[in-house]
Design a protein around this ligand. Structure first.
Ligand code: ZN
Length: 491
């Protein structure tokens, strides 16, 4: 057996174990009895230790030294690119530091939740300072003299740099601030009203999942507090949630997670349980969930079909007609919370977090000054003051979980979705006609062909560029939003 074959066999077992760990995490959020929480923590910790030791195993280093990448085909070279990159990252971080980060972030979750309930940022600041310091130390090991923030960012978005994203977002932000202000000057559309049977919501969300191409023979939908998708290959599960007064929460959470899941389900089966067998980056992942949810799912054409479906399921929704329904789906309103934000405002929330966390990672913003910096930036972009920390700096769990460099991938995903939608409209004739009949097959088929099936074969930016045939930029997203909301709000 060649060194490459031995490495790939070892890697396959590591990937299989990672899938098992993921399934434990899925179970924790969906099925696990409450009394099992402590034991599950230990089970997951043990799995994490096994995975860490495999990812840093000396024999991997020996195989890597013995393999001549140039002698491999394109798929083999792509596999090696992932394995070499992940191994270099993993071995550079001292085991003791990794363990300290895991311990600190597991304690920080509780501290953050209490601080948020008490509206007290000062109670969270010390542990956040510790997390930032630890992750900066980790970044120092990984970057070997390079930019600390880039080292963290590239754990989620290989190849991306903070500088390049900052330039992209600086081009996007003024247009969004202006669009948001113009939209909010207009009278707000009516939301839907009434009460929506939860079982009927779940039944319709299953139908939507099928409509968007989710394969139930290799997946399932359950409910969880926070919607997510989990798994790769032939076991890709999603969760959704229900609220009696807001059916769109369930339906659009489902479509979003189906976008993530279809990416994983759509990857070439030949890559299963290998480094190429999963979505290539968080940004590309989010481009799939967002284009399913927004550009396709919230389009005028698709809302025509959905209006009929929802009227059949729920009867009167308290909106006058189909046009009012479309406006209710795309309602823009003042708010503070990222996860509740609409297409116009969502990226402003992300850019705020990106700039602040980049400054923290680079040491130009101290955690003790974070709340003030947050509130000042929020007032600048949104035009009103944050009223309490749970509506501001304490609203997201990410930093408590140690996730620095993660936020910008959401906005990058939206930018990529804008690019893909432009190319897709060019390539798929009669798209609106299909969407208005609830036929997503050509649109999702296009995404499968140009993005999803490749898994990790191409670098994140390259897969988007090849799919679109042009260099990705913020322009298509901004043009799409300006056109859509000018039409919606008579601007
Ligand atoms: Zn997502």
């Amino acid at each position: 057996m060649s060194a490459y074959d031995e490495l790939m066999a070892f890697q396959r077992q590591t990937e299989a174990l990672a899938q098992v760990a993921g399934r434990l995490g899925w179970d924790q959020e969906t099925m696990m009895p409450a009394g099992a929480a402590e034991q599950r923590g230990e089970e997951l910790g043990a799995m994490e230790e096994v995975l860490h030791s495999r990812r840093t195993a000396p024999e991997v280093g020996q195989w890597l030294a013995a393999i001549d990448d140039a002698s491999l085909d394109a798929v083999g070279q792509a596999q090696m690119r992932h394995i070499r990159r992940n191994y270099a990252r993993a071995v550079r971080v001292p085991a003791q530091l990794a363990a300290r980060i895991a311990r600190t972030t597991s304690v920080a979750y509780g501290t953050w939740a209490r601080a948020r309930a008490d509206e007290d940022f000062a109670a969270f600041a010390p542990v956040l300072s510790e997390i930032v310091a630890l992750r900066r130390e980790e970044a120092g090991h990984i970057a070997e003299g390079g930019d600390a923030y880039d080292a963290l960012l590239q754990g989620y978005e290989p190849g991306a740099t903070g500088e390049e994203l900052a330039a992209l977002f600086d081009d996007l932000r003024p247009g969004l601030v202006a669009l948001r202000a113009a939209v909010l000057e207009q009278p707000a559309p009516q939301p839907v009203s009434g009460s929506y049977d939860l079982a009927l919501q779940l039944a319709l969300s299953r139908k939507l999942a099928e409509t968007f191409g989710y394969d139930f023979t290799r997946g399932r939908i359950d409910t969880a507090v926070h919607p997510f998708s989990s798994g790769s290959g032939s076991d890709v599960r999603i969760t959704t949630r229900t609220a009696e007064a807001d059916p769109f929460n369930c339906l659009y959470s489902t479509i979003h997670e189906v976008g993530h899941a279809c990416y994983e389900q759509g990857i070439d089966p030949a890559y299963a349980l290998s480094p190429l067998g999963q979505g290539v980056s968080l940004g590309v992942h989010e481009s799939q969930s967002r284009i399913y949810e927004n550009q396709l799912g919230r389009s005028r054409a698709f809302c025509h079909w959905l209006y009929g479906q929802m009227t059949d399921s729920f009867g009167d929704m308290g909106v006058a007609d189909e046009e009012a329904f479309y406006k209710a789906v795309n309602r823009v309103q003042r708010g503070f919370i990222r996860t509740e934000a609409d297409e116009v405002q969502y990226n402003l929330h992300i850019m705020l977090r990106f700039d602040l966390e980049r400054d923290m990672a680079r040491g130009t913003l101290e955690v003790e000054d974070l709340e003030e910096a947050w509130n000042a930036r929020f007032a600048e972009d949104f035009g009103y003051a944050v009223d309490k920390p749970s509506n501001g700096v304490l609203q997201d769990v990410h930093w408590a979980a140690g996730l620095l460099g993660y936020f910008p991938t959401y906005a990058l995903g939206n930018v990529y979705a804008g690019c893909l939608y432009l190319a897709l409209q060019d390539d798929v004739p009669g798209l609106d006609d299909q969407l208005s009949r609830g036929d997503l097959s050509a649109a999702t088929g296009w995404l499968h062909k140009y993005v999803q099936r490749h898994g990790g074969l191409h670098e994140p930016r390259a897969v988007i560029e090849q799919a679109c045939g042009f260099t990705p930029s913020e322009a298509p997203l901004l043009a799409y939003l300006e056109q859509k909301f000018a039409d919606l709000y008579d601007l």
